[in-house]
Design a protein around this ligand. Structure first.
Ligand code: NAG
Ligand code: NAG
Ligand code: NAG
Ligand code: NAG
Ligand code: NAG
Length: 425
């Protein structure tokens, strides 16, 4: 059943349009300052944590030296509070001269020299959310050109201090203006988050045509309550949101906060797993200089990342919501593979959840199961009952591939020996 759905969905998603700038065919990955470092501009007292070029250089060094870049984490994104309170004499945005003495262009060069990319923040409106100069409708072309002149690679366009009418004009206008610069710049739109995230106020067809990603919902905070609230909103609205996503156009449930202060290891795995299922952008907001090895290994989990980055770009969905507090979600992947997440909303003890792949609508056959976080492999028939033990506020995540296909197809996706081993088993 799910395999048939997969082929149908992929045919449909190929037919819909995405912003034609060639950017972000898979969800973007990197680091973003906001959740962890906010608008700390007190460099005199807090030099290590204030929004300054040193902070972004430190993060770039960590991304390129600690194995992150090779896994796909390439964006280093500046958020609010980077700019001077005044535009320059030509009316252009400029960085705060004390905190960014080298300027944004030099910082972009620093990233590019290391195989990284630079993201910058702006706001459609009179002011940014933090009170810095905003981009009013008449400044859109100028600011787009400034981004291109600085060789910026991604632009997050927030929406504080603008109304619905201005947003309906400004977000498409900025998309055109970025295109007109001739520089491919990934475009993140906060527009839907300001309009409640749902139709009829939000037109996801249009968003897919003008933006590469968009924030649909409120800002994440450093707590499990916040993560759970976001998870609930995205899965409750999946019938609207999932069809909107695809290569070049992504729903953005906001930053990954593993490595900060609010989540346990189980909760960090839950966020990573569900963000992978949702084909969400993976922007960490943490301190990569001091991150624990536990949080690092979750964020660097290769299979979770490869599920997130699957080339078909189909956003997964919750397929079961049990009264006992277990949710099962599922995402179809390339090569007839899929991912399953068993998520526990319980608060008591590890729950032994029993089901079969058949009950989850897998077609008859044998499957190879790879447990993403324990890295153990097993095989299962669609009819075989199994039990997963899911920790409170935690997940079990599986990558599922079909061995019958791999036998039929010979050894295109798997070495023949492994195929025969599992298919005959
Ligand atoms: C601008 O848009 C055109 C048409 O959609 C596209 O072919 C081109 O690649 C875009 N250029 C940039 C820099 O985004
Ligand atoms: C939105 O703001 C503009 C000023 O930029 C104003 O002219 C317009 O009346 C406002 N529209 C609404 C619906 O508030
Ligand atoms: C949504 O946007 C698309 C593409 O821009 C447009 O064709 C369609 O009419 C819009 N839908 C509504 C309900 O406004
Ligand atoms: C996936 O499965 C379908 C039918 O179940 C088959 O026709 C197709 O060739 C398979 N694709 C791959 C890449 O194995
Ligand atoms: C399985 O498919 C049936 C029929 O389409 C559907 O009613 C049911 O909700 C599906 N179950 C799951 C777990 O996807």
């Amino acid at each position: 059943m799910h395999l048939a759905v997969l082929l149908l969905v992929s045919a449909l998603s190929g037919a819909t349009l995405a912003l034609d700038n060639g950017e972000m065919r898979v969800p973007p990955m990197g680091w973003l300052a906001w959740e962890r470092f906010r608008c700390d501009i007190d460099c005199a007292h807090d030099p290590k944590n204030c929004i300054s070029e040193d902070l972004f250089i430190d993060m770039a060094d960590r991304l390129s030296e600690d194995g992150w870049r090779e896994l796909g984490y390439v964006y280093v994104n500046i958020d609010d509070c980077w700019s001077s309170m005044k535009r320059d004499e030509k009316g252009r945005l400029q960085a705060d001269p004390k905190r960014f003495p080298g300027g944004i262009h030099k910082l972009a060069r620093y990233m590019h020299d290391r195989g990284l990319k630079l993201g910058l923040y702006g706001d459609l409106g009179t002011h940014t959310c933090g009170g810095y100069p905003g981009t009013t409708l008449d400044k859109i072309e100028l600011d787009a050109q400034t981004l291109a002149d600085w060789e910026v690679d991604m632009f997050k366009f927030d929406g504080c201090y603008s109304n619905a009418t201005e947003q309906a004009k400004g977000y498409p206008l900025m998309s055109k203006a970025l295109n007109a610069t001739g520089r491919p710049i990934g475009y993140s739109c906060s527009w839907p988050a300001y309009q409640g995230g749902l139709p009829p106020k939000v037109n996801y067809t249009q968003l897919g045509e003008i933006c590469n990603l968009w924030r649909n919902y409120g800002d994440i905070q450093d707590s499990w309550d916040s993560v759970l609230n976001i998870i609930d909103w995205f899965f409750e609205n999946q019938e609207v949101l999932a069809p909107a996503a695809g290569p070049g156009k992504w729903n953005d449930p906001d930053m990954l906060i593993a490595g900060d202060f609010g989540l346990s290891m189980d909760q960090s795995r839950a966020q990573m797993a569900l963000w992978a299922i949702m084909a969400a952008p993976l922007f960490m907001s943490n301190d990569l200089r001091t991150i624990s090895s536990g949080a690092r290994s979750i964020l660097q989990n290769k299979m979770a990342i490869s599920i997130n980055q699957d080339a078909m770009g189909i956003q997964g969905r919750r397929i079961v919501k049990e009264k006992n507090g277990i949710d099962v979600s599922w995402r179809p992947l390339s090569n007839n593979a899929s991912a399953l997440v068993f998520f526990s909303r319980r608060n008591d003890m590890p729950y032994r959840y029993q089901t079969t792949l058949g009950k989850l609508n897998y077609t008859a056959g044998s499957y190879k199961i790879y447990d993403v976080f324990t890295e153990k492999t097993t095989t299962l028939k669609d009819t075989t009952g199994f039990v997963v033990s899911v920790n409170p506020t935690g997940v079990v995540m599986w990558h599922v591939s079909a061995f019958s296909e791999c036998l039929i197809k010979g050894n295109r996706f798997q070495p023949l020996k492994i195929c025969l081993l599992y298919c005959s088993g």
